[in-house]
Design a protein around this ligand. Structure first.
Ligand code: ZN
Length: 207
């Protein structure tokens, strides 16, 4: 599993229905499904909050990569805030084996273990050329995060069949609603008398 795939999987937890970060059992079950058997399954609310903030960071970046201004989640504490849960993670670098990894101080907290792996993946991925391919779907109320594998990096939707077509249909409807207005009802620039046109406004359409 690549760093981008791991971060995408994290971003898509809690997308619909139950949140995999909500309690220790849900987190352990999600992580085991992703990485195989886990040892301890305990995790504290504080470390799970840090993991949710890392998820938010990935979602925000993915939204920006797809041209959106900001995240869909309301802000809790700004992600970089020194009082935030991510800043409270106690991690130490481990240089054994010629590789750098982060290891939680103390042990027995699965969310801290996962956060350490996620942070290293985030460090590597955000410095790499494929980072801008990690995108959040632009569909209304979607935000599903995916890796855009298209050659020209032009993919905008999780699935064209659902979100893409829904957005296109909405644009099509809006455009044709204007075109169907009677000519007299369209705003006119003026008729040379200095007065603006006073065409009847169409009755509001039920939607
Ligand atoms: Zn979508």
């Amino acid at each position: 599993m690549s760093d981008e795939e791991l971060l995408t999987a994290l971003a898509n937890t809690g997308h619909e229905g139950a949140d995999e970060m909500a309690d220790p059992a849900a987190l352990a079950s999600w992580w085991a499904g992703l990485r195989g058997p886990v040892g301890g399954t305990a995790s504290s609310e504080t470390t799970r909050a840090a993991l949710r903030d890392l998820r938010r960071a990935v979602r925000e970046a993915a939204a920006r990569h797809n041209g959106a201004d900001g995240p869909r989640d309301g802000p809790e504490v700004p992600i970089g805030d020194a009082r935030g849960p991510v800043a409270g993670l106690a991690l130490r670098p481990d240089l054994s084996g010629g590789r750098v990894s982060l290891v939680p101080q103390g042990d027995g907290d699965l969310a801290a273990d996962v956060a350490a792996v996620v942070l290293v993946a985030l460090l590597r991925a955000s410095a790499g050329p494929a980072w801008s391919r990690v995108k959040a779907c632009r569909g209304a109320d979607c935000g599903w995060v995916f890796v855009d594998a298209s050659r020209n990096r032009s993919r905008r939707w999780c699935e064209m069949a659902s979100c893409g077509n829904r957005a296109k249909t909405a644009t099509f409807r809006a455009r044709h609603r204007d075109e169907r207005r009677p000519a007299a009802a369209r705003p006119r620039r003026g008729d040379g008398t200095g007065r603006l046109g006073t065409g009847r406004q169409p009755a509001p359409r039920a939607t």
